[in-house]
Design a protein around this ligand. Structure first.
Ligand SMILES: [Zn+2]
Length: 333
């Protein structure tokens, strides 16, 4: 399997007033990519400019950040043609790799805008090299800039930054240096969600498990689903009894703790995410924790309870005071 390390540059509206601004907030203006073979040696490169069709003026930030002029872009080829060549160039057996999680989503949004064949009709497995860098070299979750990573690894800066090709090139160099086992921490782009229950994603990583659901009409439908709410040990697959029932501190995240006789305490976290065309989907992660971690979760639960109580009291008080109806002092006797 090859690695296709891709980087995009995109432009956006200066005003947000165009009717396209919602459908195509980021118009791709350049695609750069490097191909590595299975031994992570560079075997090919791709670099093309895209002729803009929606935004014909550079966004003020883009102009400062990337070294591209509108006049240069006008020399580029239409997106359809660039994509056709790019897809051929990618070949058959490869995994996409990007710095950060955004490029694949925007690529798919551009494909959809021009009504071109999607890359996939479901989630796409890819390597987020920015995330891998943090797993490989940092002790906490962090999002570093590409330049930070290059400096950290003392990679020679032999070409300028902030063009699609150069950023793909540096990302490829970082990927090539990484310990093989870090590459097991792949991600999913969910621009296209799993189409049905059977294609939902269940994966187990070294220290946690992840589930990505199909699309639900709304949150309450999602929270009614058995698979969403299930707390099964991700190692022995037994249904587990909950020690802390599902609770939410904010209505977006839900937590529970359950217990497996063989594997110990398992914390589950549900995130409610907005789907691309309306509706919601669920990302659930399961992770084994220590007894000390449980105290922190109980704290979170207590705080959530307190907040609900305060809300309820405020609501009742407002109700009693007749807030929203005629103020008492305006009633004439
Ligand atoms: Zn177990």
């Amino acid at each position: 399997m090859n690695y296709v390390i891709m980087d995009l540059e995109w432009n956006q509206s200066n005003t947000g007033q165009e009717k396209e601004a919602k459908l195509l907030p980021f118009e791709i203006i350049e695609i750069g990519a490097i191909k590595l073979n299975s031994d992570r040696e560079m075997i090919d490169e791709f670099s093309e400019l895209v002729k803009p069709r929606v935004y014909h003026e550079m966004h003020r930030i883009t102009r400062k950040l990337i070294h591209l002029q509108m006049e240069q872009l006008e020399q580029g080829q239409p997106f359809e043609e660039v994509m056709k060549r790019f897809r051929e160039w990618c070949g058959e057996d490869y995994i996409f790799c990007t710095w950060g999680p955004l490029d694949l989503t925007e690529l798919q949004r551009n494909l959809k805008y021009y009504d071109l064949m999607p890359l996939s009709d479901g989630p796409i497995k890819f390597l987020d090299v920015q995330k891998l860098f943090s797993i490989a070299y940092e002790d906490k979750k962090s999002r570093r800039t590409l330049e930070y990573a290059i400096d950290y690894l003392a990679i020679e800066k032999d070409i300028p930054f902030h063009r699609a090709f150069s950023d793909a090139y540096y990302t490829a160099k970082i990927l090539a240096l990484m310990d093989e086992k870090v590459l097991g921490n792949y991600s999913f782009d969910v621009f296209h969600l799993p189409g049905d229950k059977d294609s939902e994603i269940h994966v187990t990583f070294e220290t946690y498990a992840k589930y990505i659901s199909r699309k639900f009409a709304d949150k309450s439908q999602a929270l009614d689903d058995k698979t969403v709410m299930a707390t099964r040990c991700y190692l022995c697959h037994k249904p587990l009894r909950k020690k802390i029932r599902w609770f939410s501190p904010n209505g977006k995240h839900y937590y529970s703790v359950s217990y497996c006789d063989r594997h110990g305490y398992m914390k589950s976290k549900i995130r409610i995410r907005k789907a691309e065309d309306g509706g919601v989907y669920i990302v659930k992660t399961d992770k084994f924790i220590t007894e000390a971690d449980i105290a922190a979760i109980r704290d979170k639960q207590d705080k959530a309870r307190q907040q609900r109580k305060v809300k309820r009291i405020t609501k009742n008080r407002n109700h009693q005071n007749g807030t929203g109806s005629v103020p008492a002092d305006s009633v004439s006797s």
